[in-house]
Design a protein around this ligand. Structure first.
Ligand code: FMN
Length: 346
């Protein structure tokens, strides 16, 4: 069966879910243009997620994807947290930021019972996960809702693990990808592969459709992924510049500046490696640090610095998530970008 038939969309093209940078507006625009729009749920409490779903239904009747994180929240480690705040202390002083002044926000929540209830109620056509899969009981509830299930794999072992657990398609997330790496079995970053090394390995070994993600930002990239056996593509960073995305003005400016040519994996902003434009904090403390608390606990201590710096118009302490190919992206409406990407399909 073709990927578009499986997903229910016209095109085998998924707009990557991007927590913190977009909501139903971008997702609905992509759905209306023939792709599969995604609503990222990792930073939404249940009430906010319900609002998103109602708003989405108000904008489109087309199938869409709901995306969740499926990490296991770590136990708080007060010693590590204190050491991390200590490392950040000079920045608090410099920016006049009070470490206790800013709540860390909703953080990142893993898929849970309340989210499963919303899936059962709203019945999205597709549910995708990042960082593996939730436990079998929760996964069964998603399956019984009728949703097709996707998850990201960054190695062959992860892809085989996902296939064994009955997902409907696997997203091959190459190292070029913006945002968080989806790895969940192997945390050694030297084992992470670029999209065009990972993709054929998965295509050859799996009996499922493989969706290419990472570094695809135009029709040429789509065509290349299809030539390597991808059943479809998932595109993230290129959509960050669409007017329908919630990308902040600071983030948009960085994406369109020469700085966007230099991205790196960093764990400073959340505790897990994610690809973003190299900024001052990454240069001075990282980009990777063994002191950063476990995902998602590192976020809290950075929040006051980020707020203080952003108030002065600086992205020195902000996560400027971006893939390696974003420097060639231009602002354009989501419909236009979707149609441009679609030209890459045979
Ligand atoms: C700003 C941003 C936020 C992201 N957030 C999520 C997320 O919430 N869930 C998820 O599964 N993937 C997330 N990703 C990763 C994408 O699913 C995808 O792997 C990536 O965007 C593909 O590479 P590209 O950015 O080069 O297109 C995010 C990516 C970006 C750029």
């Amino acid at each position: 069966m073709s990927l578009q038939r499986l997903l229910g969309s016209e095109l085998p093209l998924i707009q990557a879910p991007m927590a913190g940078s977009q909501d139903h507006r971008l997702a609905a625009a992509v759905c209306e243009a023939g792709g599969l729009g995604s609503i990222p749920c990792a930073m939404l409490a249940p009430a906010a997620l319900r609002q998103e779903l109602v708003a989405m239904r108000g904008l489109t009747e087309r199938p869409f994807n709901l995306n969740f994180f499926s990490h296991v929240p770590p136990a708080p480690d007060t010693t590590r947290d204190a050491a991390w705040r200590e490392a950040l202390a000079p920045y608090y002083t410099e920016l006049g930021a009070d470490p206790a002044s800013i709540a860390s926000g909703p953080g990142r929540l893993p898929f849970n019972d309340e989210a499963a209830e919303l899936v059962e109620e709203f019945r999205p056509a597709v549910v995708s996960f990042h960082f593996g899969l939730p436990d079998e009981a929760l996964l069964q509830r998603v399956r019984r809702s009728g949703a097709k299930i996707l998850s990201s794999a960054t190695t062959l072992d992860e892809a085989l693990w996902l296939q064994e657990r009955g997902v409907d398609a696997v997203i091959a997330q190459g190292l070029e990808a913006g945002g968080h790496r989806g790895h969940f079995l192997e945390h050694d970053l030297s084992r992470q592969l670029g999209t065009f090394a990972l993709l054929p390995q998965l295509v050859d070994a799996l009996s499922l459709p493989v969706i290419a993600a990472g570094g695809i930002s135009d029709a040429r990239g789509v065509a290349a992924a299809i030539a390597l056996g991808a059943a479809g593509v998932q595109v993230g960073s290129a959509y960050l510049l669409c007017p329908e995305a919630n990308t902040s003005p600071l983030h948009r400016a960085a994406l369109q500046s020469p700085a966007a040519r230099h991205t790196a994996l960093t764990n400073l902003f959340s505790g897990r490696p994610a690809r973003g434009i190299v900024n001052r904090l990454m240069r001075e403390l990282g980009p990777l640090s063994t002191h950063a608390p476990e995902f998602p606990l590192a976020t809290a201590a950075i929040a006051p610095l980020r707020a203080a710096a952003e108030a002065r118009g600086s992205g020195d302490f902000s996560p400027l998530w971006a893939g390696q190919n974003v420097a060639s992206c231009r602002p354009m409406p989501a419909t236009e970008l979707t149609l441009e990407l679609a030209r890459g399909f045979p």
